[in-house]
Design a protein around this ligand. Structure first.
Ligand SMILES: [Zn+2]
Length: 102
């Protein structure tokens, strides 16, 4: 996956277009990510005890990784991610400024 946990990304399609946030989780098998404060769904949590009130929590739902674009920490621009291999190590690089992305 080109996107990793902790990356800053911008949403490029859907109702949350142009929002930015940090990637909270990646789901490589289904090619989805969850992004902080983006694609929020309200979930009802059943009360743990009888008589207690249920709670409504807001959580970010997974969204297609193709709907987000990485924001390069170096140049601050939205960018496509490239890969570079050096001494068998694979690096991600920013296609805009060419710097390595951790
Ligand atoms: Zn860059």
């Amino acid at each position: 996956m080109k996107i990793k946990k902790g990356d800053q990304v911008q949403i490029i399609s859907g109702k949350d277009r142009e929002k930015r946030g940090k990637v909270l989780r990646v789901f490589p098998k289904i090619m989805k990510v969850t992004v902080e404060k983006v694609n929020i769904i309200k979930k009802h949590v059943r009360p743990k005890k009888e008589g207690a009130k249920g709670q409504r929590v807001e959580i970010p739902a997974p969204m297609d990784v193709s709907n987000v674009m990485l924001i390069c920490p170096k140049c601050g621009k939205m960018t496509r991610v490239g890969f570079k291999t050096e001494n068998k190590n694979k690096f991600r690089i920013c296609k805009k400024c060419g710097s390595e992305i951790a």
